[in-house]
Design a protein around this ligand. Structure first.
Ligand SMILES: Cc1cc2nc3c(=O)[nH]c(=O)nc-3n(C[C@H](O)[C@H](O)[C@H](O)COP(=O)(O)OP(=O)(O)OC[C@H]3O[C@@H](n4cnc5c(N)ncnc54)[C@H](O)[C@@H]3O)c2cc1C
Length: 515
């Protein structure tokens, strides 16, 4: 089936929806999402979105910029970081005007709380910079933007999975997508395509990420000739629920929670005497693992305690209701009375498809664009986070740069015509699906995926060594070889997860191997 639009946006998280809203007024735009739009991982964001509003105490964008540059280990693009920090207050007021129900101060201003790595006066002390809606910040922003898209009549193709990009003569002019409910292929023809497909934490065994975070956009762009940047920079969040990786937001420490080792000691005081438990995530994750290595993990195991007991029932049940619920359900502890067992969990990908500050995918260090192809959000690398993202800077990044990508595409589509479609645009994808369905190989996708997740966790996580990385690369190559022999059991065409899991596994092996 064929469709025609000016712009196709792949991904209905905040990056994709914000870009769609920018275009929606006067452009024929469609959004594609492999999950129902409001189930995108953006909806799981808990703690907040950073902006130097100065509502609770003095703050300004230069301090925000400084913290972001420093937090990135001085490896972020400082011009892009300036755009991020300067545009942050406008972004928050825009959300407020769209109807996002932020928490309020007693005088009715948008409330703010402390978050890791955010300081006043260039590192002097923590500052309250995170705007939030309890611990459901992503949820309320996603729902608000989604409603706005519906109101503007933007076409959303829910449960449509991107399979490949249409590229001819170096120009991207559409996508091939698979409809989950029917197994049918669709050709979506357009002048421009925005990839907003999110991160790929699912390559690790322990992760805070959603099942859909498999990095499809990165692998598909890479195969179409777009370079990936900073793929070695993977963030581990210090406080995932022990063994499960489900996130306990940094907001817990922003509200005053502390980490303790098996002696009950607040160990971050030793490693970061000024900002203590609110040090940047890379540092806190390393400190937890150093405590564990020194034998100070709880019961000699590889986790520590996050103590919220002193915050009181009211704070826990109002400002941190979601995460205290997670602790009760998944760890079986009552956070009002007991500490929560936590360990670092794979959380965020700083690297991704290389772009400039207007979302244009770039193909070399000169900034040569890939005509018609754009990327924004976690799948893109602008790069504002360098080697380590500060908490609350991702929601900001995806909204600031999602909007800018929308603006740039709106300009671009008036400068080009619609390239003609090839004779049989779906053939390559259809052949690939048939090959998988007809394979009588002796491998299954599940075990290959588990082995990939395990080797990534063991050898490519917080601490890495050359020998471990070489071993991991060899393992990924072996798994890629075995992948060639996988067979599908489900022969159906309605929600065939067996087939789609196999396709996603192929992407995971591709971008992990590209790093
Ligand atoms: C548990 C958790 C808590 C977080 N808390 C915070 C926080 O408090 N503050 C903060 O700043 N950041 C936070 N983050 C990070 C932030 O939420 C994410 O980086 C951000 O939401 C990513 O948004 P996105 O729009 O790029 O992609 P996502 O929201 O991940 O959406 C990806 C979209 O792409 C679609 N997609 C993917 N592949 C395909 C395909 N092949 N075909 C079709 N569609 C596809 C998906 O269906 C989805 O719609 C958190 C992250 C997690 C996991």
């Amino acid at each position: 089936m064929k469709h025609q639009f000016d712009v196709i946006i792949v991904g209905a998280g905040l990056a994709g929806l914000r870009a769609a809203i920018e275009l929606g007024e006067d452009t024929n735009v469609a959004v594609l999402s492999k999950v129902f739009a409001t189930r995108s991982h953006s909806g799981a964001a808990q703690g907040g979105i950073g902006a130097a509003l100065g509502n609770e105490e003095e703050d300004n964008w230069e301090w925000h910029m400084f913290d972001t540059v420093k937090g990135s280990d001085y490896l972020g693009d400082q011009d892009a970081i300036e755009i991020l920090a300067r545009d942050a207050p406008r972004t928050i007021y825009e959300l407020e005007h769209l109807g996002v129900p932020f928490n309020r101060t007693p005088e009715g201003k948008i409330a703010q709380r402390a978050f890791g790595g955010h300081t006043r006066n260039f590192g002097e002390a923590p500052v309250k910079r995170a705007c939030f809606a309890a611990d459901r910040t992503g949820r309320v922003i996603l729902d608000t933007l989604w409603e706005k898209c519906l109101q503007r009549g933007i076409r959303i193709f829910d449960e449509f999975q991107l399979m490949s990009l249409l590229v001819s003569e170096g120009q991207c002019h559409g996508v091939i997508a698979y409809e989950l409910a029917t197994g049918q292929l669709h050709t979506l023809h357009s002048k421009a395509v925005l990839l907003a497909t999110g991160g790929y934490g699912k390559v690790y065994k322990t992760t805070s990420n959603a099942f859909a975070s498999t990095g499809d956009g990165l692998a598909i762009a890479f195969r179409a000739g777009a370079p990936l940047e900073d793929m070695e920079f993977v963030q581990f969040h210090p406080t995932g629920i022990y063994k499960l990786g489900i996130l306990i937001s940094e907001a817990a420490r922003g509200e005053g929670g502390v980490l303790r080792n098996n002696e009950g000691k607040r160990f971050m005081e030793l490693y970061a005497p000024v900002i203590k438990d609110l040090a940047p995530r890379d540092m806190v994750s390393r400190c937890i693992l150093e405590e564990v290595r020194a034998g100070r993990g709880i019961d000699g195991k590889d986790y520590v305690h996050l103590d919220l007991t002193h915050l009181g029932e009211e704070v826990l049940n109002t400002k941190l209701a979601e995460i205290t619920g997670f602790a009760r359900t998944y760890s079986g502890v009552e956070p009002i009375k007991e500490p929560i067992p936590v360990q670092p969990t794979c959380h965020y990908m700083m690297g991704g498809i290389a772009t400039d500050a207007d979302g244009k995918v770039i193909t070399d260090s000169e900034g040569t664009p890939f005509p018609g192809l754009y990327a924004a959000g976690e799948c893109a690398c602008v790069s504002v986070h360098g080697a380590n993202r500060l908490g609350c800077n991702s929601l900001l990044d995806i909204l600031v740069f999602g909007r800018r990508a929308g603006k740039e595409m709106r300009r671009y589509i008036h400068t080009v015509g619609l390239s003609p479609l090839p004779a049989n645009p779906e053939k390559e994808v259809a052949d690939k699906i048939s090959a998988l369905m007809e394979s009588n190989g002796n491998e299954k996708g599940g075990p290959i995926r588990e082995e990939l997740q395990e080797v990534m966790m063991d050898k490519v996580s917080v601490f890495r060594q050359r020998s471990g990385l070489i071993e991991a690369l060899e393992k990924v190559r072996e798994l890629k070889g075995r992948y060639q022999k996988i067979a599908i059991q489900d022969m159906g065409s309605c929600f065939n997860r067996d087939l789609l899991d196999a396709i996603e596994l192929d992407y995971m092996l591709e971008h992990v191997g590209s790093g």
